[in-house]
Design a protein around this ligand. Structure first.
Ligand SMILES: [Zn+2]
Ligand SMILES: [Zn+2]
Length: 415
């Protein structure tokens, strides 16, 4: 049974961090930063306070040297995030989405959750840190450069290890994300490195959310299931951790922020394939769009697709399994805050995904086309992971956030 510390939500004195001014100043001035490199556009991030929103406009280019760990090109974006400037805690934690953005770092880079996408087969929805597909700042490129974990020294030049950490980003609920160190007494006589309370129960190659369980722990260094905590003065925030879930395990507030959809922000300069040395590809040929971070639409919480109790009962009957076992596999056990993932649930229950979804009374999506061909515009030496390929040298992520293996070609196009 997973126990969630709802206690902090019941404390009247606890509030989300900003009772004071909007925290636009937490964002970096990247105008003098070295940038990603001479082949790339300059980084751009602007944060302003507009009414009750913290508005962040950024082009998704890191302010430090880009070291390519996947063959996906680093492309300029045109992102606009609107976060609640004065967030409040929700009645109970809200699951983060399985895929896509959940926050924005102080350099304007989008933050994703702690799992990767559905390909390759043996690493579906695995832990990308464990599977070693991140750069030294815990970012990598797919549709855009994004973080699955955060490294304080990459996001704060002034911060020293062992000193109370600065804000490194914000969740889409507007709650600040601080670095790993924090004071545990009012006078800050003692600083600790905060620790996640999630425990690894098996190797997270695949279905990372099923490889970790939250177990409430005593000790001021330990964080709640969302990777946050409240200080004595009632200030609630998240801390990044060295271990899963690295940044956020869930939202403690209401995720009304995120990329703006439905209107186009002002134009900024766009990457042009072939002019700055990017690899030509389909994504490079179209202008960047706002709202591709994959976060929840603005103005409301994410659509609730969590199975209802009667659906859990129906699945248990159809599969002739115990209701509690099915609820846990579907990630809807009491207090559960893991993102829904029917493919992972089906693996746990040892049934076909389509059959599980039908048992829920829902319509399965059309089967995905599985073709061993390169994405449009990419060299033909890409192939789907999951195949036996002794010359494979690594994996990459497509604009659809799928992982592909790659290997050297005869003509060295992909080598
Ligand atoms: Zn990723
Ligand atoms: Zn703290």
């Amino acid at each position: 049974m997973i126990r969630i510390p709802f206690l902090l939500f019941a404390l009247a004195s606890v509030s989300a961090a900003q009772s004071g001014p909007c925290l636009a100043d937490a964002f970096l001035d990247v105008s003098e930063a070295p940038g990603a490199g001479p082949a790339y556009p300059r980084p751009r991030v602007e944060a302003t306070c507009e009414g009750d929103e913290l508005v962040v406009r950024a082009n998704g280019i890191p302010h430090y040297e880009f070291v390519q760990v996947t063959p996906n090109p680093l492309l300029e974006r045109n992102n606009e995030f609107r976060l609640p400037a004065k967030p409040s805690l929700a009645d109970k934690p809200v699951p983060i989405p399985l895929l896509g953005g959940i926050g924005v770092a102080v350099n304007g880079i989008v933050i994703f959750g702690p799992n990767e996408g559905p390909v390759p087969a043996e690493e579906q929805f695995g832990d990308p840190v464990f599977n070693a597909i991140m750069d030294a700042c815990m970012g990598h490129t797919a549709q855009e450069y994004h973080y699955h974990a955060m490294v304080q020294r990459c996001l704060s030049l002034g911060a020293k290890d062992g000193d109370p950490s600065p804000i490194l980003g914000f969740g889409y609920d507007g709650i600040p994300i601080r670095g790993p160190w924090g004071c545990i007494d009012a006078d800050c006589n003692k600083v600790v490195r905060h620790r996640s309370s999630w425990e690894k129960v098996r190797e997270p190659h695949q279905d990372a959310w099923d490889a970790y369980e939250y177990v409430e722990k005593d000790g001021p260094e330990y964080l709640d299931a969302c990777n946050g905590h409240a200080h004595d003065d009632g200030d609630y925030h998240y801390h990044v951790t060295e271990t899963w879930p690295y940044i956020l395990g869930c939202y403690s507030g209401t995720p009304t922020g995120g990329p703006v959809r439905g209107r186009r922000p002002p134009e900024i300069s766009q990457a042009r394939p072939g002019q700055r040395g990017e690899r030509p590809g389909p994504a490079a040929n179209r202008p960047p769009r706002a709202g591709q971070g994959g976060g929840p639409p603005r103005g409301g919480p994410p659509r609730d697709q969590r199975p209802r109790p009667e659906e859990v009962q129906a699945v248990a009957s159809a599969l002739n399994k115990d209701v509690a076992e099915v609820a846990k596999a579907l990630r809807v056990e009491p207090g559960g805050i893991k993102p829904i993932n029917f493919a992972a649930s089906a693996r746990t229950l040892e049934v076909d995904t389509a059959k599980l979804i039908e048992s829920l009374g829902r319509t399965p999506p059309p089967p995905r086309q599985r073709r061993n061909v390169a994405p449009p515009g990419e060299p033909e030496c890409f192939f789907r992971c999951g195949q036996s390929e002794e010359n494979a040298v690594g994996c990459t992520l497509t604009p659809e956030h799928k992982v592909l293996c790659f290997r050297p070609c005869d003509d060295n196009k992909c080598g």
